[in-house]
Design a protein around this ligand. Structure first.
Ligand code: CA
Length: 233
């Protein structure tokens, strides 16, 4: 099995490095590994990988330095590996342009699903953008951007202006976690504070209800607790 995708893995812990390498190799990915931020940067420039898997706690500093460097010139998908305690670092890395994060410890199934999703969304956004005809389709959810209309199983959902803007924003970044702060900035042009997060959460609750999600269930949109929201994709 060889899918020819090249993955740069930057992780200083040998057991996680070996585990992740083995998972990716089994599925036909080519792996390049680095143990520090500095060597990651060098390998990134010389190998131009299709995907980066990045640990945030590296011996020569913060993995977010790597994201800052790479995002100056590249939109390559970046999946961050983070410790359970690293909530703030995780949000910072998403705001710097990481596409997704996965919390240690993680299973092979979950990890590979994130990898496939990151690669799929990247191909989508770099080559096609929105689907032809200005539509976004996810299962029985269809968003018609030109008409600003959302349908589920052929029935139109009546969103307020703000609710529609939120759904459209998430769909344009489907597969990627949008942090509270990036959403608040995009929708209202405001900075994140308690009031604006509350406002976003109220709108999201209405959106989820209108999309037919039962309490505690995610339908099309996942709530990443304390971090943000993600449209499946
Ligand atoms: Ca580490």
């Amino acid at each position: 099995m060889n899918n020819k995708y090249k993955v740069l893995l930057i992780e200083d812990e040998a057991n996680i490095r070996n585990l992740v390498s083995a998972m990716l190799e089994t599925h036909g990915y080519q792996i390049i590994t680095a143990e520090t931020c500095a060597s990651g940067v060098i390998l990134f420039d010389s190998h131009v990988p299709d995907l980066v898997v990045l640990d945030l706690g590296l011996p020569d500093g913060d993995g977010n330095r790597f994201i800052r460097y790479v995002r100056k010139s590249s939109a390559v998908p970046i999946i961050v590996l983070s410790a359970r305690s690293g909530e703030k670092d995780k949000i910072a890395s998403l705001d710097l342009g990481a596409n997704d994060y996965i919390t240690k410890p993680f299973g092979a199934g979950e990890f590979m699903a994130r990898v496939r999703s990151a690669l799929r969304n990247f191909r989508h956004s770099s080559q096609e953008g929105r689907l032809p005809g200005g539509k976004f389709i996810l299962g029985d959810l269809v968003i018609d951007y030109d008409a600003r209309r959302v349908c589920v199983s052929g029935n139109e959902i009546h969103f307020t202006q703000t609710e529609y803007n939120i759904v459209a924003l998430l769909s344009e970044h489907s597969g990627k976690i949008m942090t509270y702060s990036s959403m608040i900035k995009a929708i209202w042009g405001d900075h994140e504070d308690e009031g604006s997060v509350k406002k976003l959460q109220v709108n999201m609750a209405n959106i989820r209800k209108k999309l037919g999600a039962k309490p505690g269930e995610s339908r099309f949109i996942t709530n990443e607790l304390g971090v943000g929201y993600r449209m499946e994709g």
